[in-house]
Ligand binder design. Structure first.
Ligand code: PBG
Length: 322
């Protein structure tokens, strides 16, 4: 075995897995204002940015070969129980989509469909008096939100809320309104994970969520068959691409989804995974760049077509330097 590992050229020749910037989706946090950036303390190297700054960074991403951006809002205006702002046609996200489409047309725009940045209670859906997250009432609002993104020009809407039946309902609404080209990236196997902590800081839902959990709608992290059922439902309801989330602790799920459904599958290297790499690197305990690239190759090896990672720009820069 070692003869073939001795030289770089044979190692490179027989590498089974490839990674290019085209496989990367860069998640970004958008804020109101002009020429504004705002650090996320729990995610070193990540900044929330106003739309004008986003345009400049998106151009840079495209120049590095990244052609997909996932938008997440940081909402500073008042949050409400019914999340009305989530489907405001002139809201932050629709404006960001239009600006990206006008100034960086090559970039594919993916939007998050979920209510947590907009609700006063920090949940992804509407709640009843007992605090239970209502399913069908939430789906009705998600449809409005998805439509507002499609109208603004989103290429993909990506429901991350884990309500039942939302993929089919959104597909039907998009088709009926003439948005039959708008694709759906379904967060199908999304687990109730403890690794979302820094993201909840970044979108500002952590303090509103408090000690409440998302256990009544996101998947139990001990379950694999149940994740396959979620994927099967989303496939039947019309998902164009499935997602597994988080990433590294769920490589088994990723490999199984790819194997069972033979669909394009995305994986989300979530905020906590990114924070772990950064924190260890800050202590001098890990090499951030090398470990980042290793995780991205691992996702590709397990079957991911696309990888959402906060390290997308770093990875693309490294690949361009090579
Ligand atoms: C919620 C949403 C979450 C993420 C993306 N969309 C967090 C959650 O479910 O609480 C997590 C992303 C990350 O941790 O990087 N709609």
């Amino acid at each position: 075995m070692r003869r073939m590992r001795r030289d770089a050229f044979t190692r490179d020749m027989m590498r089974e897995t490839s990674l290019s910037a085209a496989n990367l989706i860069w998640p970004v946090f958008v804020i109101e204002g002009e020429k504004r950036t705002m650090a996320v303390d729990s995610m070193p190297g990540v900044e929330r940015m106003s739309i004008d700054v986003l345009i400049e960074r998106a151009k840079e991403a495209a120049s590095l070969g990244i052609f997909a951006i996932a938008l997440f809002p940081y909402i500073e205006s008042e949050k409400t129980p019914y999340a009305e702002e989530a489907h405001n046609a002139n809201g932050l996200i629709p404006r960001a989509i239009k600006a990206l489409k006008a100034h960086v047309p090559d970039i594919g725009v993916i939007t998050d469909v979920a209510l947590d940045p907009y609700t006063s209670h920090g949940q992804d859906g509407l709640i009843d008096d007992a605090g239970y997250i209502l399913n069908d009432e939430t789906v009705a609002v998600l449809i409005q939100q998805a439509l507002s993104h499609a109208v603004a020009g989103a290429d993909f809407v990506a429901p991350s809320d884990m309500m039942d039946g939302r993929i089919g309902a959104i597909r039907e609404a998009l088709d009926e309104s003439g948005y039959f080209q708008t694709k759906i990236l379904a967060y199908s196997a999304k687990f109730a994970s403890n690794f979302y902590g820094p993201f909840r800081d970044a979108v500002g839902s952590a303090t509103f969520l408090g000690k409440s959990s998302k256990d009544t709608y996101q998947l139990d992290f001990g379950n694999s068959d149940e994740a396959m059922r979620e994927c099967a439902l989303d496939v039947a309801e019309g998902a164009d691409m499935l997602m597994v989330k988080p990433g590294l602790p769920y490589l088994d799920i990723l490999a199984r989804v790819k194997d069972e459904f033979k669909m394009p599958v995305a994986v989300y290297q979530v905020s906590g995974e990114y924070a772990m790499l950064r924190a260890a690197a800050q202590n001098g305990w890990l090499n951030y760049e090398k470990c980042l690239m290793e995780t991205l190759i691992a996702f590709r090896r397990a079957g991911a077509s696309a990888i959402l990672t906060y390290g997308a720009m770093d990875a693309a820069r490294l690949m361009n330097e090579k």
